[in-house]
Design a protein around this ligand. Sequence first.
Ligand code: ADP
Ligand code: MG
Length: 636
Amino acid sequence: MPRIQQLSPSVVNKIAAGEVIERPASVVKELVENAIDAGARRIDVAVDRGGVEVIRVTDDGCGIAADELALALTSHATSKIREADDLFHVRTLGFRGEALASIAEVSRLLLRSRTADDPAGAEIEVVAGQRTGPTPCGCPQGTTIEVSSLFCNTPVRRKFLRSTQTEFGHLTEAFLRQVLAYPEIHFTLRHHDRTVYDLPATDQWTDRIAAVLGPELVAGLIPVESVDEQVRLWGYVAHPSHSRSHAKMQYLFLNGRHIRDRSLQHALGEAYRGLLLTGRYPISILQMTMPPEMVDVNVHPTKLEVRFLDSGRIYSQLLSTLRTRFLSADLSTQLRPPETEQPGDAAHDPAQAERFREQVIQWAQGGSAAASRMVQVEPRRPLTLNRIDDAAAWRQSSTPAARSGQGASPAQGEHAPTIVPAAVGFAELEATVAGDLPTSLDPAHDVAVPAMQVHNRYLVVEEDQGIVVIDQHALHERILYEQFRARLDSGTLESQMLLVPEPVDLGPSQAARLLEHRDELARLGVKVEPFGGGTVLVTGHPAMLAASPVAEVLRSLVTQLESGAHRPQMGDLVDELLHMMACKAAVKAGDRLSAEEIQALLAQRHLVHDTHHCPHGRPTALVLSREELDKQFKRT
Ligand code: ADP
Ligand code: MG
């Protein structure tokens, strides 16, 4: 057995650094927290190579006295707590006194500072744990800490660092989280001497939110607030139409500290229940203040998680605040997409959606021999055109009195009718449809199938085996997906250069992710350039998706990139694009179909490989067999 030994302070610090300092972003988080704790009104962050080479944070806070500089860099040295009891009254972001020591242990660190009382400043330098100074120097009041060659003496750690872009993406995200919580502080961020953010102090929180998350999002924000004796909750949640496919846009600050809390995320999800599709997450920027005694912040190495004394109470306060807000808001207007919807969001713009569908179908029809088998059976009038307008017009004209009487929202309106005027009876169907089908249909199916549409979303079909209930959207999506695949197998994804390159705001880490895969994306026809911050510049777009909003295409690709392995498979990315096209071009649940369209859809059902599942894997049809019916009615 090896002998037990006390570890040297250097090893202890390296171990601590392992927990707290994972990458340049962690250094920025710690240094900015210190500056905020020091009461700074302005904090400047400048970095090189994504923070891997240099991170310099300058503040105009209280500064550190020359005779305390060395102490500040020692582990477990802090000005923020004195006694163990103080741990339960922490009012600062830091309190463990190990950040500077940890950083100094794994980098070169230069600390320069001057307090208001001192005529001159002093500086101290630590290179891989070896200290020189402090020596006097001239400097303004406040503190500058420069960290260079991060992980220079821990090669394994250094190997884990990713590309400059990725590290800078993480770093920017860490920076922006602080920036969001402290609008009263002026923040700047520079990368290689280029100013990426310059955010002057403001007393309007929404100004800061707009500067960080984009003005179009702010327009759709719903303010929320609730105050009880001890806990104050306030902030903004986004309109449901601004949902995301991930929970990263849920910002929660507790006493000025960014935290993550599963239980509160759950409460947020609950509040939006019924307003969002599954797999979609709301956006929220919430602040919470409570007496420090009500929360233990000393449970997580980077203090990202905390433990509430009474988590149930906080949970229900969040949930009820949001629910009450949603109820008291005029739901019918709240649920309507805001005027400032992201430009060209096809989901909410019927004309745009129609243009999109038209183009997609044209694209598919312009295909090669491989695709023509599919394309031939496309009904003369493309199945999907006019659908939204018809349905919308119908919805408006039908029973407005009845619906306004119930105060129903547009969303409820879609569910209101059970069988709509277009839900054709069997006899009527056969009469109107028989001679009206595309001539190229396979003769075997050239007979109208008895079918009806119910709830504007399901087709009920009589077949030899029994009754089949088909999800109209899922089936159409599958058919289109197969058509697009066939078209693709025979050709390539042409790119269409944009006349005016379009900037798309994705957020720093997502932008970095996307740029990392520039070459793969170019092969899909998606041409992107870095633009700074969380923005990328799109110069080329897949021709087949010409009519769909560039931003939406990028977001779905990023989500795919993030969910996948380190090296994305081209096939998966192509598939993502095809799914997207198919889903957008397909008739929607809620679209009223004409008898002709129902027949065209059913006719094509036999031409695809797997009609039982939509490309997302959801079933497209349910079968109620004759035997089952007989059994249920006790006929056997
Ligand atoms: P903690 O923040 O947990 O106290 P740190 O290692 O981050 O520990 O910092 C150690 C101490 O150095 C702090 O308690 C504070 O007194 C001092 N300090 C660090 N950064 C600054 C700064 N930017 N301005 C003033 N004082 C600072
Ligand atoms: Mg600290």
